[in-house]
Design a protein around this ligand. Structure first.
Ligand SMILES: N[C@@H](CCC(=O)N[C@@H](CS)C(=O)NCC(=O)O)C(=O)O
Length: 198
């Protein structure tokens, strides 16, 4: 079987979570990393005109959560029980909500600071509370790592690395379940090997 994952040439966001899912699943894949010119040429040809895109033996799948569910369901990294799977889907969708809701685009520095501080104290704190309540520990489903944990890890990695100005990583100190999930995913042998090899 031939598999490729196409995304931009950086280790973050929707591309990283899909690469990690394939890596943890043990699927050999071509890691296609595009520059801007390559993307502009490819964009009209991919579903929804956005990345990541998974290709498997000539068929194409877009949308990060669909890719994660597909890889997870095929390789034992997404629950087979429909209710439990739907709970994981809800958590993965909440990560997409977070990506869309964080203020930033087109704002002056001053407005960005004000709006991000409000966002951190309000929406983001509510999100972290809700996510924490759904983590059995250390992973969402207890001792079993699933694609949902990789999605949560990837967004947390961006926040904990200080990737969002005016939103301090210390915000997550109040959520030990989130810290424990982040540490457990980072310590997973396949995840660790992935980053050690980069
Ligand atoms: N809902 C989509 C969003 C995809 C998306 O917005 N991808 C961004 C990168 S993370 C992208 O392709 N941006 C470039 C563009 O839209 O031209 C998903 O979850 O995959």
């Amino acid at each position: 079987m031939s598999t490729s994952l196409t995304y931009f040439d950086f280790d973050g966001s929707r591309g990283l979570e899909c690469r990690l899912a394939l890596t943890v699943a043990g699927v050999p894949f071509e890691d296609r990393r595009l520059n801007r010119a390559q993307w502009m040429a490819l964009k009209p040809t991919v579903p929804f005109g956005a990345l990541p895109v998974l290709e498997e033996d000539g068929r194409v799948l877009a949308q990060s959560n669909a890719i994660l569910r597909y890889v997870g369901a095929t390789h034992g990294l997404h629950p087979s029980d429909p209710w439990t799977a739907a709970r994981h889907d809800a958590l993965m969708q909440s990560v997409e909500d977070l990506r869309h809701k964080v203020p930033g685009t087109g704002l002056s520095d001053e407005d960005k600071k004000t709006q991000r501080e409000e966002f951190a104290a309000g929406w983001l704190t509510r999100w972290a509370t809700s996510v924490s309540e759904q983590i059995a520990g250390p992973f969402v489903e207890g001792d079993a790592l699933n694609v949902v944990d990789l999605k949560l890890y990837t967004i947390l990695r961006a926040y904990l690395a200080g990737g969002y100005d005016h939103i301090p990583a210390s915000l997550f100190d109040a959520f030990p379940a989130i810290g424990a999930l982040y540490a457990a995913v980072g310590a997973h042998p396949a995840v660790k090997a992935y980053f050690d090899g980069r």
